[in-house]
Write a protein that binds this ligand. Structure first.
Ligand code: HEC
Length: 148
């Protein structure tokens, strides 16, 4: 009997812990892991060269390599967040900061996709950004090359 009660207690505490963890995320995860650099509203910080995510990141999904780039920048790929939390966070950030710029019917990031992308981050992040922003300029006339 005691072991059943113990088992029930453990199951209950696991589900409470799980519920508590999912409350507030991904917004909470953004505040805890990203806002220190990217600012609470995603507007970045021009002094240390942190790009503005607002009105911008949605465009990256329109060209080849942009989708991968967003998940592979060090801030996103090297955070302590799980693959699922990172996927949820990226999906949330895209809508929250750049909903208007998203392509029609954007495909949401999945945990599995984030897992694959984290395995092979680009060695030269600024170079990858330049390739993607050059494509945005060529294909859409959008100039996101320098940080706003
Ligand atoms: C230590 C500061 C720092 C933290 C913390 C940080 N970032 Fe960044 N982030 C940057 C910098 C700098 C860039 C520009 C690309 C580069 O040089 O890495 C960037 C670029 C990005 C971009 C691409 C935007 C663009 O225009 O190039 C995304 C998306 C992003 N970060 C997501 C995140 C997420 C998600 C988190 C939190 C889990 C996070 N970042 C935490 C500094 C940071």
């Amino acid at each position: 009997m005691r072991s059943i009660l113990l088992w029930l207690f453990m199951m209950l505490s696991c589900s409470v812990a799980h519920a508590a963890q999912s409350v507030g995320s991904p917004r909470l995860n953004y505040v805890l892991h990203c806002a220190g650099c990217h600012a609470m509203d995603g507007s970045g910080n021009s002094a240390p060269g942190i790009p503005n995510l607002r009105g911008s990141i949605g465009h990256f999904l329109k060209v080849e390599g942009g989708r991968e780039y967003l998940a592979q920048v060090p801030g996103a790929s090297q955070s302590p967040l799980s693959d699922q939390e990172t996927a949820d966070l990226l999906n949330w950030m895209l809508k929250e900061f750049s909903g208007k710029e998203l392509p029609e019917y954007p495909k949401a990031y999945s945990a599995d996709e984030v897992k694959q992308l984290r395995r092979r981050p680009p060695s030269d992040v600024p170079k990858r950004r330049t390739e993607v922003t050059d494509r945005l300029l060529r294909e859409f006339g959008l100039d996101l090359r320098s940080y706003p």
